[in-house]
Design a protein around this ligand. Structure first.
Ligand SMILES: [Zn+2]
Ligand SMILES: [Zn+2]
Length: 280
């Protein structure tokens, strides 16, 4: 049930314009000739942005679920930023506030304010976040000059990629090869905030204080992020899918990095912690 006492959102017209443009470009893929190589490239773009987001932004930066060389972290973050969503300073601040106030007053994107507000509305709402929240919530990453640079030039990774792909693949191929997978990923990750906080859509094996839910189809789309009740029960775990059948490509990618010597101190729930939560 949506909270009708919540204040009216203060819509940011620049953000609306950006989202209208990228959605229109994505939709144009269905009206333009699609080159034969579009599908593998689109899949590659989708998975790359997805892993950059779930592994780099979420599990590494927000939760310190593993450690890695700085260049690996920067590479993951740069690919995640192809959606034009800004700096990890903004992303981590928003996400840490969400964990601190999940589905309670103060949560930035809870379905308590309605599904669509949790999915997309909060991004359009200037009052949902503070431009300087990162000063309070991101002291551990505040020394990274690259993240401050991204704060000022948030669209640079996206614009550079679009120009390079345009010259290499042809401008007509951009909607199918870049904008459609990019916008699709954006909605997959938005579903973690909306669908994965609706108990009627999945299971809640862990008795967390919020409404977080394990939704298998969100995990398929969002590369493992849909095991969101597991994540709220143990936010520092690099592994969100805790059993063999819980599809979690983000975890598989971290294991691959570990095998290559590019990730260490990988954190997972201990058996005792699992037993304490009744999950093992
Ligand atoms: Zn959540
Ligand atoms: Zn989290």
């Amino acid at each position: 049930m949506a909270d009708t006492s919540a204040p009216r959102p203060r819509i940011n017209k620049l953000v609306v314009a950006y989202l209208v443009v990228v959605h229109a470009l994505a939709a144009s893929a269905f009206f333009l000739p699609v080159p034969p190589y579009a599908l593998p490239i689109a899949l590659c773009v989708y998975v790359s942005i997805g892993l950059g987001t779930t592994v780099g932004l979420h599990r590494r930066i927000c939760h310190h679920a593993f450690d890695c060389p700085r260049w690996v972290e920067y590479a993951l973050v740069t690919v995640a930023m192809l959606t034009g969503q800004g700096s990890p300073l903004l992303w981590a601040a928003t996400h840490r506030i969400h964990h601190a106030h999940s589905d309670a007053p103060g949560d930035i994107h809870s379905p308590q304010r309605g599904f669509w507000y949790a999915h997309l509305g909060w991004i359009l709402d200037d009052d949902s976040t503070g431009a300087e929240d990162w000063k309070t919530w991101c002291r551990d990453i505040v020394e990274h000059r690259y993240y401050h640079w991204l704060l000022r030039y948030r669209l640079v990774p996206q614009v550079v990629t679009v120009v390079v792909l345009g010259f290499v693949l042809g401008w007509e191929a951009l909607p199918a090869c870049f904008f459609l997978p990019m916008v699709s990923w954006m909605h997959s990750t938005y579903l973690v905030n909306s669908a994965s906080h609706l108990p009627r859509l999945g299971g809640r094996p862990n008795a967390t204080r919020d409404q977080s839910t394990n939704v298998w189809w969100v995990s398929v789309l969002a590369l493992g992020e849909g095991w969101h009740n597991n994540h709220h029960a143990y936010p520092a775990s690099a592994r969100h899918g805790w059993t063999w059948w819980q599809w979690d490509p983000g975890w598989l990618f971290i294991r691959l990095l570990e095998l290559l010597g590019l990730a260490w101190d990988v954190r997972v729930p201990t058996r005792r912690e699992g037993e304490a939560r009744g999950t093992t």
